[in-house]
Ligand binder design. Structure first.
Ligand code: GLC
Length: 609
């Protein structure tokens, strides 16, 4: 049990200034307690004994690391509160901070609202909507007992061959800067006079945010995940550092280092970028967390000489290490490094001060356990309406009719007979994309939500016959039992990180041929679910009546029906240039020879061709 009584402890006094609480607590800590605060472990290796014995400062759920499959928010809260009680029972009673990737809603948790991925939010150009998404996400995350989300990703997209393209708000730094408003939603809006760079959290209905991945993650050569961003410092600053100024101005409490490199220098050991730029030049006062096992990226081959990686990473400016499994080795090595003087005690104190500052600002000492009253917000109607609005505004209309005089959309909801085709038409997992339920995502009815087929059936008149075929049959295509029109829903399967790195970018599962086969017989609207622009064959462009980029819309498929049947207008604008051929890549609007199929910012309305 804690040995310190409340009365003599400044750090336990909720009315004392944060910096006084930090200073007081730091002065009471032993080296093992300080090193424990710098250690983040994955929940699968966490236990009351480990948390207490190693003074662990943070526990996380890697994507898909639930208490059990289809665990509800209350099950998550039970698990995390269990860990928390162990931490509170330690000598100084320092609470853990529990983190997870809630990157488009609380996407690991069954029944949570799943919002469109960032590429779709970039298409909305609606910073206030993104802020409201952050606020809704914060409630659902706190309801599950989680204090910290590893979001937003503020990568500026350089090349759609990157497997994390959909995690970016787009290729234009200005769009990405505007969409950092998610942070004010997640953490709460900082007061006008809030000191720049100082962490901020409005209260128990908010979560600690994490701007990631610092810096240049979206600009790697050929879009290779964890690759090398080749750029002058001026360009790096103008393009990739820019969004962090907006994040820090909003009081972002944490930043995550990138797996990638800059001109061959691994970010996780780059003192100039992590300390001189982020902490000194930009004035960031929160804490910098490594990426998953990120210290190992420092060595070649990865993972060799782990002790040296720890020395380089911590001395470069990493404050908390997402270990996440081999914490005994990490603790032993960093302890040796500090005791030998290879890591200065001043560096450890700076890291621990930053971590404690965020924990105090986040109110974790006052409110360490889950607020069960928030459980009613999980997947609630109000949040699903915000998600539905986001889906509507994210849709980009690329083609509407053979010419401007004959727009094809909006569709006739009282048509006699319509055909819906494609493996994405009735698949919630495909609709949500990666980072949903598990890191790579999962096809099928993985959570609670509305597929686009569900939404179409609900939207059309009761005399309209809707025929659905996952793959169009020859009989259907040959039949002359007139279909008024067809809706073909195809695209990419869920994926994440380097599993999504792709240099071909053709629509998988024979998508282009399916589209053409249907469009040759029936007037066709194509809806593409993808994390990025994809190759559109000339026949697709020629033979289809209309074409909509829907990105990965999440659980609220009604948002698509709202727009294609004309209840709402198309508003989406491309957040990324749409190439003609992959040999044009990288293709960005600021390039001299810019020859896209559809330019950055393109988007029709349904009363325009
Ligand atoms: C991953 C990702 C990062 C994520 C972290 C924890 O490898 O790079 O975005 O937050 O690990 O899941």
């Amino acid at each position: 049990m804690p040995e310190t009584d409340d009365s003599s402890c400044v750090y336990k006094n909720r009315d004392a200034p944060v910096e006084a609480r930090v200073k007081d607590l730091l002065s009471r800590m032993t080296l093992p307690e300080k090193i424990g605060q710098m250690t983040q472990i994955e929940r699968s290796v966490a236990s009351p004994q480990v948390i207490t014995h190693s003074f662990i400062g943070s526990v996380q759920s890697g994507a898909g690391s639930w208490p059990f499959e289809n665990a509800k928010s209350s099950d998550w809260a039970d698990m995390i509160d269990g860990f928390q009680r162990s931490a509170l029972a330690s000598r100084l009673g320092i609470p853990i901070i529990y983190g997870t990737d809630a990157v488009h809603g609380n996407n690991n948790v069954y029944g949570a609202t799943v919002f469109p991925h960032n590429i779709g939010l970039g298409a909305t150009r609606d910073a206030d909507l993104v802020r409201r998404i952050g606020a809704a996400t914060a409630l659902e995350v706190r309801a599950s007992g989680v204090h910290w989300t590893f979001a937003p990703c503020v990568a500026v997209l350089g090349d759609p061959r990157w497997g994390r393209c959909y995690e970016s708000y787009g290729e234009d730094p200005k769009i990405v800067c505007e969409m950092t408003s998610l942070i004010s939603g997640l953490q709460g809006e900082p007061p006008e006079e809030h000191p720049n760079g100082y962490p901020f959290l409005a209260g128990r209905n908010n979560v600690v945010a994490c701007a990631k991945h610092f810096v240049g993650d979206g600009g790697t050569d050929k879009g290779l995940s964890e690759g090398n961003t080749i750029a002058s410092y001026e360009d790096l600053e103008k393009i990739h550092v820019a969004p962090y100024l907006n994040c820090i101005a909003q009081g972002v409490s944490t930043v995550m280092a990138s797996f990638s490199s800059w001109n061959g220098s691994r970010l996780h050991s780059d003192y100039f970028l992590l300390t001189e730029v982020l902490k000194q030049k930009l004035g960031f006062k929160g804490f910098l967390v490594s990426d998953w096992d990120g210290l190992e990226t420092i060595s070649e081959p990865e993972g060799s000489n782990y002790r040296n990686c720890i020395k380089l990473g911590i001395n470069a400016g990493i404050d908390m290490v997402m270990v996440p499994f081999k914490y005994e080795q990490f603790i032993q090595d960093i302890t040796d490094l500090v005791e030998s003087g290879e890591i200065p005690m001043a560096r450890v104190n700076d890291a621990v001060e930053r971590i404690l500052r965020v924990k105090f600002v986040a109110g974790l000492f006052e409110h360490p356990l889950a607020d069960r009253s928030l459980l009613r917000t999980v997947g609630c109607k109000e949040h699903r309406e915000v998600a539905r609005e986001a889906v509507r505004k994210s849709l980009v209309l690329l083609k509407n009719g053979k010419d401007t005089d004959t727009p094809f959309l909006p569709l006739d909801r009282n048509a006699k007979r319509i055909l819906v085709v494609g493996m994405h038409a009735n698949d919630l997992g495909n609709q949500c994309g990666g980072w949903t339920k598990i890191k790579s995502g999962q096809s099928g009815r993985i959570t609670i939500g509305t597929t686009i087929l569900d939404a179409i059936k609900a939207a059309v008149g009761d005399k309209t016959e809707v025929i659905y075929e996952k793959t169009p049959t020859k009989e259907t295509l040959a039949s002359n039992e007139g279909f008024s029109y067809a809706i073909v829903v195809v695209g990419e399967p869920p994926y994440a990180e380097m599993k999504g790195d792709n240099s071909e970018l053709t629509i998988p599962f024979n998508g282009n041929n399916i589209i053409t086969a249907v469009a040759e017989k029936i007037p066709t609207l194509v809806i593409l679910f993808s994390g990025r622009p994809m190759v559109l064959e000339p026949t697709v462009l020629e033979k289809t009546e209309a074409l909509v980029a829907a990105w990965f819309p999440g659980t609220e498929g009604q948002g698509i029906a709202d727009v294609i049947f004309g209840d709402y207008e198309f508003k989406g604008k491309l957040p990324v240039s749409w190439f003609k051929r992959v040999d044009q890549l990288p293709l960005n609007a600021d390039a001299d020879s810019y020859d896209p199929l559809f330019p950055l910012g393109f988007g029709l309305t349904s009363n325009s061709g």
